[in-house]
Structures are given as C-alpha cells and as structure tokens.
Design a binder for this molecule. Structure first.
Ligand code: PLP
Length: 385
C-alpha cells in the first residue's frame, strides 16, 4: 500500500487504491490487460514493473490485489481463480504432511471437503470444533497444530468466533490463524487488525457483488507467507483471468454502499421472521439473543446480509418454501445484489452429509440482496403461507 492509501477512508481505498489513471492513455479505469506475455528488453531483461508472463503477474490482477490489500489493511494481496483455489494454496503453503489443522464445526462444505477428502490424502490431519468456544479450541491444539481455520460469521449457521481470542490461541500454539472473511467482507470486519495472519475471500460473493464472476483472494502482512503463496500459485497456475480480475475490481468499488443496504434489508427480514408461527429459529448475529451477539458487535461494523432460518414442520416444508419464492431465486452462492434462497443440507453443504458438520434439513439460507426490503419481506411471507 502507498502512503496515501493508509490514510484514506474505506470508500476512498475501494475506488483509488491500486487504480491510478493509466499513464500512457489517461484511462480513468484500469484496462483489461488481455495479454499472456510481455515484451522483454533483451533476453532476461524484464521491463520496469516486472511483468513477463500472465500466470506470474498481470497488471489488471495487480490493481485488484492492491485494492483488496488496502481494503483489508494488509501489505500483500493475491487473487485466485476461485475461493477454493485460494483455500488450497493457503492450506498447502502453511501445512505440510504430518501437520494438524483446527477447523470450525460448521465450516463451508467445500472447505471441509478439501480438508477431509484431499488434504488428508496428503497427510494433513484435522479436528473440527466449535470455534465460538475458545476453551474447546485451546483443548484441540496438538503439538503438530500449524493452522486454525476460522469463518466468522460461519456458513450457513452464522456462528461467531472471537477473532482476537483465536489469534492469541494460535500465537501460543505457534500456529497461524486464517480467517475466511467472505460473509463479513472487509467493510464489516478487519481480521488482520484483530491478530489474524491471513484473510481469505471467495471474491465470487460480496467483493464481486454481482454474481457474474468466480474468484478468490488471500491477504496478509506476513512477507514470508506471501512469498510462499505467490510461489505455489505460480507453480500450480490457479490464477484468475484479466477480465475476471477486472470484474471483481469494479464490483468492490461499491462494497461499502452495498453492505449498508444488505445489512438494512437483512434486519427488515429478521424482524419479519422472528416470532413468525412457521419459524423455529432465526440465525442472525444482530439478534440480541444470538450467543455471539456481543462479540459480533465488538468486532463487526454491522451484521451483514446473510440470514438462516430453521422452519417448523421439517425438511419438506423447507423445500416447499424454496420452490415458492418469486424474488428470492433458488440458487447456490451469495453476496450478489439479487436475493437468493437455498437449502444448505441438499445444496451448498451436501458434502457434509453424515459428518459432524451436517446441517439440519429444516434450515434455509438467505442471501439478502439490495432490492426493496418491503418486496423481499412480502415474497418470503407469501412463500411461507
Ligand atoms: N468460503 C466461503 C465462506 C464460501 O461460502 C465459499 C463458496 O461458497 C468459498 C469459501 C469458496 O469459494 P468459491 O466458490 O469462490 O471457490
């Protein structure tokens, strides 16, 4: 980050960090550098700026990396072809065969699958625990624990972990803390400032914000980790295209405005669902009776746009509601301007079926968009009739 960037407010960083007008043409918007390779000044003579081949680095990608690093308050940003590619690079850079990882017991299903079905074959062991219970996390630390992998809020049950407390458990254990900040976004929560070593994003979600791109990011201030991430990403080639990088760069400019509206609309929906006769439980960290409410209020600016709900009557009722909404589109993913509804047990978290991370069949997850809140509430209520 440049010196100015450090002093700028969040919205200014989103629009200007890494995004100076193009020095050759004056283009205000960072161009999509659709090129695989760059002219060299003589054999081995890489030009100023250091670009030689787009798997290694590309200027559109650099702009996004600088923007995201500035938003998370980190020294380095790296972007990837997907959130899972970012997770894979982080896991395999921080651990080696024989190491142990602590994972939250309601982690995103894809993260669980990567650890359970891929990393274990490579010789990494893991324990899944309730990360909102700091004592349980401390008790799960083994002599070979190298990594605590945390989501807060979690996907899909909106559990809250005390990030500063987990950072101190990780530091005492000589382990790293990675925080998947996809649900909160850098606008609502700054894990690096609370002691995390690495922030991970599925930029597919709120950072991109328009459901038109798949991508991932890692942000860290640790030079050694950055070098490892950079090396492995270049070695395996898990990079986003210049166009995909540009879409996320453009989307993230309006993150602050969108997160305010997502949070406003989620609050309106929570208000309508709490106490509804067909609702057993609403999962939202903004509710005063949510077990993580106080910690969330301390470490988050607001409570975000994700809401989960357990409905009365079991799985079939939940499935019926999914088929009756008109504005809430039935679909995986989250964080776009349009509202989505999904059934985690059969969709995003199907890979956890039969494991301790399995989600109850009566749970629905809502990604509350930025439409008119009155319309969204009416849509949900008619679907629950
Ligand atoms: N982390 C969280 C919290 C997610 O919800 C997802 C995807 O849904 C991922 C990581 C993986 O990201 P991607 O789908 O971009 O690979």
């Amino acid at each position: 980050m440049g010196d100015d960037t450090v002093r700028w407010g969040f919205e200014t960083r989103a629009i200007h960090a890494g995004q100076q007008p193009d020095p050759r043409t004056g283009s205000v918007i960072v161009p999509i550098y659709a090129t695989s390779t760059f002219k060299q000044d003589g054999v081995g003579g890489v030009r100023d700026g250091g670009y030689e081949y787009s798997r290694t680095a590309n200027p559109t990608r650099t702009a996004l990396e600088d923007q995201l690093a500035a938003l998370e308050g980190g020294r380095h940003g790296l972007v990837f072809a997907s959130g899972m590619a970012a997770s894979d690079i982080a896991l395999r850079s921080i651990t080696k065969p024989g190491d142990h990882v602590i994972l939250g017991n309601d982690a995103y299903g894809g993260t669980f699958r990567l650890l359970d079905k891929v990393l274990t074959l490579w010789g990494v062991q893991y324990t899944s625990v309730n990360l909102s219970d700091v004592d349980a996390v401390r008790a799960a630390v083994e002599p070979n624990t190298k990594l605590i992998w945390c989501e807060s809020p979690t996907n899909p049950l909106l559990g809250i972990a005390d990030l500063a407390a987990l950072a101190s458990v990780a530091a005492d254990a000589g382990a790293r803390l990675v925080v998947d900040n996809t649900f909160a976004t850098p606008y609502l929560q700054s894990p690096l400032g609370l002691g995390a070593d690495v922030v991970l994003h599925s930029t597919t979600k709120y950072l991109g914000g328009h459901s038109d791109v798949v991508g991932g990011a890692l942000i860290t201030s640790d030079d050694e980790l950055y070098e490892k991430f950079f090396f492995l990403r270049n070695a395996v080639g898990a990079v986003p295209s210049p166009f995909d990088s540009w879409l996320v760069l453009r989307g993230a400019k309006t993150l602050a405005l969108r997160m305010e509206r997502h949070s406003d609309n989620a609050e309106r929906i929570v208000e309508a669902l709490v106490g509804h006769p067909k609702v057993l439980k609403v999962y939202y960290p903004g509710l005063p009776d949510h077990p993580g409410h106080e910690i969330a209020a301390k470490q988050m600016r607001r409570f975000g746009g994700m809401v989960s709900v357990a409905v009365a009557g079991g799985e079939q009722v939940a499935l019926d509601i999914c088929s009756r909404t008109k504005l809430f589109i039935l679909g995986e993913s989250l964080g776009g301007v349009e509202s989505l509804i999904e059934h985690p047990g059969r969709m995003t978290h199907a890979s956890t079926t039969g494991s301790p991370l399995q989600i109850d069949g009566n749970v629905l997850r809502l990604s509350v968009g930025i439409e008119d809140a009155t319309d969204l509430v009416a849509d949900l209520l008619q679907a629950m009739e």
